[in-house]
Structures are given as C-alpha cells and as structure tokens.
Design a protein around this ligand. Sequence first.
Ligand code: ADP
Ligand code: MG
Length: 617
Amino acid sequence: MRELISNASDAIDKLYFRSLTDSAVKLTKDDFKIELTVDKANRTLTIEDNGIGMTREELEKNLGTIARSGSMDFKAENQAEGIDIIGQFGVGFYSAFMVASRVTVTSRAFGEEEAFQWESRGAEGYTITPAEKAEAGTKVTLVLKEDTTGENGAEGENYSRFLEEYTLSDIVKKYSDYVRYPIRMERTKSRQKPKPEDAGEDYTPEYESYTEVETVNSMVPLWRRDKKDVTAEEYNEFYKQKFMDYTDPARVITTRTEGTATYNALLFVPGRAPYDYYTREYEKGLQLYASGVLIMEKCADLLPDHFSFIKGIVDSQDLSLNISREMLQKDSQLRLIRTSLEKKIKSELSAMKNNEREKYEEFFKHFGRQLKFGCYEGYGAHSELLKDLLLFYSAKEKKMVTLEEYTAAMPEEQKYIYYASGDSADRLAKLPAAELVLDKGYDLLLLTEDVDEFCLQILRKYGEKDKEKEFKNVSGGDLGLESEEEKKAAEAESEAAKPLFEAMEKALEGKVKAVRLSTRLKSHPVCLSSEGPLSIEMEKVLSAMPNPDGPAPKSEKVLEVNGSHPVFEVLKAANEAGDADKLNRYASLLYNQALLIEGLPIEDPVAYAQAVCELMK
Ligand code: ADP
Ligand code: MG
C-alpha cells in the first residue's frame, strides 16, 4: 500500500508539474486524487491515480524488468530456503506480490489515445494487452492471495484484512498520511433515520448505514509548513498525539536544511521524562520519512545517546523508500543528518538556557542527568559539546548555575572551582570545609547526584583557554585557601605533632594512608579527606553498583585532626606518656567517627559501640 500509493503520488507529481507549463493539462491541483476501492466478492483491492500514466513501452520498461531480472530469479531459486527478497527489501511496485496472486495495471499515458493493461502473477513473467481507459492515469488492481492457516492451527497469513475499510484507512494514516494528494475511499457510516410524522410517544430512533467517499490522509505534514503558519497549539497537539504524552513539549525545534543533507525536521524536547527514561526499556529514535512516507518508526541512528530524550520526525528527500535497516546504518546521508541535528539540538538547548532560564531549569531536572552521563561517557568524547549545558547548585547563589556563570563570578585570586559532593545539599553546605570556602567569599557547587563528580572529573578543568581552572573537591587535598604565612605556621605545628601522627598511622595501618593536621576543620575533632583520583563520594557510588569483579576500588583516605580541638591535646598527652593502648583505642574511635560523618559504614560496629561505652564508665 505504502509503495503503490507513493508511486501514484509520484505520477501525479509529474503531471502536476507539467500542468504548470503545459496548457494541454486541463487538471488543476484540486483535481488530483488517489482512489482506493475494494471488491470483497472478487477479493480485489484497487489503487487508482489520475497522474501521468504509462505508455506501452513504459509499462514494459518500468514494471516488466524485475519480472525478468536477477532479483526475481533469485527469489524463485531461493524460495525453498524461505528467503524472500521482496519481503526483505520491499522493492517498490513488486512488493504488491507480497499479498497479491495477480496484479493488473491499466494505464493511459497523458497525451496518448490508447491505454494498455499489464498483468502478471509474479515470477513467471507478464503480458501487455490493449485496454480501455477514459482518462490519463494508472489503475493497479491486486487480486489478494487466499488466507492461509499456519502449522498446528497457528494463525497464518490473513490477506482478507486488506479488504476491510478500517485496515486500509489505518495503513494509509500510518504510512501515507502526508502524501500531498487526497487518498479517497468509500467509508460506511451510520445515521439516524428521520422521525416519522406519526411517531408515537414510545418512538425509538432508527439507524441506517450509508456510504460516503472520504479523504483518509491529512496531506500536509506539519513539518513542511512554515513555522509562522503553525500555532503553538497545533504543535503541542501534534506532539501529544504522535508521541503519546499528556504534557506539552518544553520546546519545539524546526529545521529545514538544504545542501549536503536535504531534510526537514520537527523535533520536540519533552516536558517531562517518560517513566522508563532512565531504564533499559527506553528506546531512543526519531521517525524517519522519505518524502512524506514513513520508512522507520524509531530510527536510533539519528540521535546520539546524550540527546536520546528528543522526540520527533525527520523527512528527507535524499533517502530511498526501499532502504533496508542495515543499509540505513551505513548511509552517509543519514550520518550527515545526524551530525547536523546534534548541532541544532545543542544550539536550541543553549538558546533555551539563555532566554528561558526557568523553563531550562525544569528541563534540566528531567534530563540533566542524561547530559551529565553524556559528558562522562566515552572518556569525555562529547564533553566539549555538552559542558555548557550543565547546571549545578551554587551554595552562594542558592540556585542552579552554569560553569560559565561560576567562573565569571570568581574573584581574581581564586585558584579552583570548588565543589562538595554528597547526598543532600543542606548537609554539604554545613561541611566545615565548605564553610571555609564560603567564608573566603568563594562559591561552592553542591553536587548531589551520583554522576556529578564523575562528570567533573572527566572535564577536569573549565574556563577560557589559558585561564582554565581545575575542579577541586573540598574534602580532598590542599584547597589552596591559605596565605603563605598561614601555610608556614601550619607546617610548623604539623612538624611538632609528627610523633603523634606517626603513632596514629601505625594504629590505623591499612585503613588510612596518612594522619595529618587539618586546615579545613573548625569545630569537629576529625574528618576524612581523600587523595588521588577517587573521592570518598565516588567510592560510595561505585560500591553501591554491582561489582562482579570483586570489591569496588577504594579511595585513599587521610585522617585529618583538628589542632585546636581539646581532643588533640588528649591524644598528644597519651602519646607523650607512652600510653600506646589508649592511643590505639582513641585513634580507632576517631577514625570510626570520621567514617560515620562521611556516611560510610564502619567495619566493626559492635566493637565501636563497646569502646564508646568503656569511655562512659
Ligand atoms: P520506484 O518508485 O522507486 O521508481 P517502483 O518499483 O515503485 O520503483 O516503480 C517503478 C516505476 O514504475 C516507477 O519509477 C514509475 O516510473 C513506474 N510506475 C509505477 N507506478 C506508477 C503509477 N501509478 N503511475 C505511473 N508510473 C508508475
Ligand atoms: Mg515506488
């Protein structure tokens, strides 16, 4: 149906274009149509057009060739093995033989007096005989195959369904809705009979059925219409109906490109994430049309993963109707379209971010996670494209900011882009190290999603060339906040406490990499920081995931001690008194406390509880 209707539409196109310059064509645009008729008794389905038609030679050349060509021989030879080349590639006109045992084409070419009839039962060949036809155009009649029953009573092929009105109208709506000419067929309808004059009180209305010829397709594809001629309502309705969503899209993207890749696209950024969006069940893809005819429901190759939430339609004149899925994957045209769509989507999202910030933040709530994954994926292969679309929560501004906004607001001397990572923004803002950064007048990004830190780690730096700033986790390493003097003073103090820290390191051997004097603690006695590429938060994320190859990697932890906390004096005294037992116990207690504060599990909760009780005695 799809193939035959598109042929009819092509034939009308040809005559229509001719009508623009040739006054012999008496038809105007509104006269053109494609008609479908069924004859149940004779099991025929007819598709008729009033297009350019075919001469005898054309019938022979256009329809005759395949019947003799290699592909039909191939079909005949391979039928035993069940290889159906027509089914595989849907070779245009010949796909009629998928459902028909006999096909008759009666055609009269425009400007010719004679008509001819081409007839074939498929592989055996064809005949051409003179015929009668009043007007130019082509009439293709399919005699449908008999229905089959499958093995063991399973359902076989039901060809009769192509004689049903609703099957036909469904197919037309699905595959040929945007064919430019009306596709008309007779529809059976029901109406109330007029109420008789003498109807009594108890009259019940009677109904009768009647038929009416109706146009089944809607003809003008929305994406071919000028954006200014389409209302927002129309776009929204189209989106909701086509993509089965009940919320309006957040943004409508239209594009029309000519040149290397000629296509029209109508894309939508959904207003919310589908319930299965972040699961394996979700399938990305755009509907792909070739000149208004649907060729693929969900073409995944048109969308990169990081924009997998986009819905929409791509219509290209450069694609063949009969392209198979495997061929599509290798199609260079398709790759060009994909690249240009990716650019377009990026620029539309940027525009939304810059001009409709509230809307963008709402969008980001739903799909920001996917953009962050996209940044991280493939060792950051797409991070350049995506980094400026990201938003993070700013502790200072108390709202979502872009990396660009963060760096633009940085004081001259600020060395790093600071962030804290954990599961609640409230808790993060209260971290002693976070307070230190904020007290300096620096901003701090609060990361609460598991993917956040991985994403920043891949980016590593952000900023204009030569002025790039590294990202810095406030609970890791040197924060670069102190002046030279402060640093010197801290070093001296640290040096003095060296014997104590060595003793504690020994007590916590295998658990921490080092014990150090902290520069980030205010009221707490201890905290954990990390060294190396893996932060404590990342360790948590990794160990929460399935780890088939043994335990997840661990971060390198440093136990930091607050030099101005009374506990520090107690530790120093114990070490100076040579009370190794006390020092070991206290070191272990403090280490476990630090784990708890970080939200990490402690190894032996029972021993910890007992040790605390000991202290209370
Ligand atoms: P394609 O449409 O890709 O060219 P088809 O196998 O569908 O391949 O059709 C072969 C040719 O037969 C068409 O190119 C066209 O010239 C001719 N043809 C098919 N159907 C019609 C029709 N309804 N009216 C006029 N010509 C037709
Ligand atoms: Mg065709």
